[in-house]
Design a binder for this molecule. Structure first.
Ligand code: FAD
Length: 197
């Protein structure tokens, strides 16, 4: 088996048992490992090139446009971490980036919550959201979210109820930050089913 186009087949490409017999599963497994690593590396190169192209094509980033504004931030200068062929030097998240990732998690979690949860699932979800509000790694956000949860207990009776509660909780933050409210009738399209063409 050839490891790549550049690497010819040699005896060292094959693995042998202790008794000196050719070991097909070990050799195949090593080949599989090689292919998956190679795919990961090539994907990273592809991703880096794509980011570079987008950055070059958009020297003026419109800060009002969240989609394009977030692109160049990823792997700011596209430089790799020393010793890594996989990870670019990406900055720690700021409140905005953390917020988008956290809301994505929270809304998706609600969208995947059972339609008819068991008592244990309901209790787990209530407990999780309470703990989440204690440990959210942005102090003033966490304090406000804690207050919100105390005032408006998470509605954990069903997927629909929880998703709407989450939407309202997010709208509470949107309003605080001077952003428009999201129409909660569309939670399902945004976080579960996608939009019809
Ligand atoms: P986000 O508000 O993060 O929204 C991401 C996407 O969710 C949007 O693009 C939209 O498609 C969808 N969406 C928007 N609103 C809703 C909704 N109501 N229901 C369903 N989907 C919706 N930042 C602060 O500066 N101060 C705070 O006090 C603060 N508190 C936070 C508390 C929590 C629990 C969390 C998770 C985040 C908090 N943030 C806070 C971060 C803030 O909410 C935003 O995430 C951040 O400002 C980035 O905003 P954004 O406009 O990019 O999109």
């Amino acid at each position: 088996m050839s490891n790549s186009q550049d690497e010819p087949i040699t005896l060292s490409n094959f693995l042998f048992n202790k008794d000196g017999k050719f070991c097909l599963p070990c050799t195949a497994y090593r080949g599989f490992q090689y292919v998956t690593t190679e795919m990961t590396n090539r994907y990273q190169v592809y991703k880096n090139n794509k980011l570079e192209t987008l950055r070059n094509a958009q020297p003026q980033v419109n800060i009002m446009n969240q989609d394009t504004a977030t692109l160049p931030v990823q792997g700011a200068n596209n430089e790799m971490i020393p010793g890594s062929r996989t990870y670019v030097k990406e900055d720690p998240p700021d409140v905005q980036k953390l917020g988008v990732a956290s809301w994505t998690f929270l809304h998706t979690m609600a969208a995947k919550y059972p339609r008819e949860p068991t008592q244990t699932q309901k209790e787990d979800m209530s407990e999780f959201l309470k703990l989440f509000s204690h440990v959210y790694p942005c102090n003033w956000c966490a304090m406000d979210f804690e207050k919100y949860i105390t005032k408006y207990s998470p509605r954990v009776e069903s997927k629909e109820e929880l998703s709407r509660w989450m939407c309202e909780a997010h709208n509470h933050v949107n309003v605080k930050l001077g952003k428009p409210k999201f129409n909660c009738d569309f939670w399902q399209q945004r976080w579960k089913d996608g939009w019809e063409e």
